[in-house]
Design a protein around this ligand. Structure first.
Ligand code: R5P
Length: 294
């Protein structure tokens, strides 16, 4: 496995424990900001390898890094059999929401086919369908980690809520695992200002332990609105299980202001700030299993 620059140390350790030989790229930034990498060629003896990366922080640079790594591998005659992308950035722009916009995720993944990469392992991809239809050559193995995260921490689950319709498949998979009910909220986001609105809905959560499941918490706006709605509807405890906790800007404060109890997340990115209510679970066993099946 070739690990790119921002892969969390816990994932590298975990993959090693699972028996993978993990080699890390050597990298630096030039004074003007350009990214440089080198693959320690002497440490790679196989002709086919796996790449593991994550596209955060500095999402745009991470794609540059990936393409530099693929070219470097080509230079030493090594093929990337599969790429595990722990957090796939740019995946939310998966439609031309407004005329004149790109389908960013398709634009950024399509060049992978130039390097004969046709298999990706992705942890909780935002929306699978776009990639499947826009970049048909790519075969995607999607890891949905929510139930694994819930079980690792051992929480009680009475009901599962998706904060919007797009997250309904996540709620369904956890609800089926725990044999409980699930529902979703109707969320509207202003495409220009980014402002979120959630419409009123009757939720059957009085006195229950409710889990909100989602793929990303970025500014915390979506999750905060869901937590507020659940407490208003009488939930006794609200947990959140969100795969990628970017927690940008004042997200931490926003979530504390609505009384977040616990946010369980995966180690798909490096977490520089870990408040007491954030539980980061190592998902390297899931990644290892997906790579083995590639
Ligand atoms: C949107 O469809 C995603 O699944 C997340 O709900 C969203 O990206 C969360 O963003 P924020 O934390 O900024 O509300």
């Amino acid at each position: 496995v070739l690990a790119l620059s921002q892969v969390p140390a816990s994932i590298i350790d975990g993959l090693r424990k699972q028996g993978f030989n993990v080699v890390q790229v050597v990298w630096k930034r030039f004074p003007d900001g350009e990214f440089y990498l080198r693959i320690p060629k002497d440490e790679i003896s196989a002709s086919e390898i796996f790449i593991v990366t994550t596209m955060y922080p500095e999402q745009s640079e991470r794609f540059v890094e990936l393409y530099l790594a693929l070219d470097a591998l080509r230079g030493i005659g090594v093929k990337a059999k599969s790429i595990a992308i722990l957090y796939l950035a740019y995946a939310r722009q998966d439609k031309r929401f407004l005329p004149g916009e790109p389908i960013s995720i398709a634009a950024l993944l399509r060049p992978l086919t130039l390097y004969a990469v046709n298999e990706l392992v992705v942890v909780d991809i935002h929306a699978y369908e776009t990639i499947a239809s826009e970049v048909k050559e790519l075969n995607i193995r999607n890891i949905l980690p929510h139930s694994y995260l819930a079980k690792s921490v051992g929480i009680k689950v009475d009901f599962v809520l998706a904060p919007d319709k797009g997250a309904l498949h996540r709620a369904k998979s956890v609800a089926e695992e725990y044999n409980v009910g699930y529902d979703y909220l109707e969320k509207f986001r202003d495409r220009i200002s980014g402002e979120i609105r959630i419409s009123e809905k009757e939720l059957d959560v009085r006195g229950k332990h409710v889990v909100v499941v989602d793929d990303i918490v970025s500014t915390g706006g979506t999750l905060a609105k869901a937590i507020e709605a659940l407490y208003k509807a009488g939930a006794s405890k609200v947990y959140a299980i969100v795969t990628h906790a970017l927690l940008v800007g004042n997200a931490i404060k926003k979530l504390e202001d609505v009384g977040i109890d616990m946010l369980i997340t995966a180690n798909t990115i490096i977490h520089s700030e870990v408040p007491s209510w954030l539980r980061v679970v190592d998902i390297s066993p899931l990644v290892a299993e997906a790579l083995r099946r590639s």
